[in-house]
Design a protein around this ligand. Structure first.
Ligand code: FE2
Length: 192
């Protein structure tokens, strides 16, 4: 039986591509802003995969595209992202992607002990913050620079729900420069 399950999972895993993941995401998430958030996180993950894990690009993007799959229906810490992860496991998504999704929520206690997990955590809050910055600019993302994002990060009243601590922790864990990280994410989001 378990051999059969494993074979089925492998077959489904093959089928889990960006298009399928997007369909699931649209099934679970009605809010356009949350859909957009997951697209932006997927774009940032793709940009980092190009540098860190080029052959893994699609899986890194899948982690981004599905990390808040259950947020709209199951926003409590008891359920998010466990419910989404259980669903994705049943649909053949592999353990590394599931692990990264679990680890993006620090309260799950899941360690960010893979590159994919560290990058997902590092781009999640920042992607949301960049979108918030773009919203208050007449030309949106077009001329947004890292320095302007940094300035807004220091303004605690702006997009107050975004954790500055998580952003700083994410950057430290990647070992990248703050401006480099912000610029990479701006460019990735701009591209979509
Ligand atoms: Fe998120």
């Amino acid at each position: 039986m378990s051999a059969m399950n494993s074979a089925m999972n492998k077959a489904m895993n093959k089928a889990m591509n960006i298009a399928n993941a997007r369909n699931f995401m649209h099934e679970w998430v009605a809010n356009p802003a949350l859909r957009h958030h997951m697209e932006t996180v997927a774009a940032c993950m793709g940009a980092y995969a190009d540098i860190v894990a080029p052959t893994e690009r699609e899986r890194w993007m899948l982690a981004g595209l599905m990390h808040d799959l259950d947020w709209e229906r199951h926003p409590t810490q008891a359920e998010h992202p466990r419910v989404g992860v259980a669903f994705l496991r049943d649909h053949g998504v592999d353990d590394e992607v599931l692990h990264a999704i679990m680890a993006h929520a620090p309260y799950t206690g899941t360690l960010r002990d893979t590159a994919m997990a560290r990058h997902l955590f590092a781009v999640d809050e920042l992607a949301g913050f960049i979108v918030a910055c773009a919203k208050v600019r007449p030309d949106g993302l077009a001329t947004l620079e890292p320095a302007s994002v940094r300035k807004k990060l220091k303004n605690v009243a702006f997009a107050a729900a975004v954790s500055r601590e998580d952003i700083a922790t994410g950057i430290a864990e990647l070992g990248v420069g703050e401006d480099e990280h912000i610029a990479r994410c701006i460019n990735a989001i701009r591209a979509i």
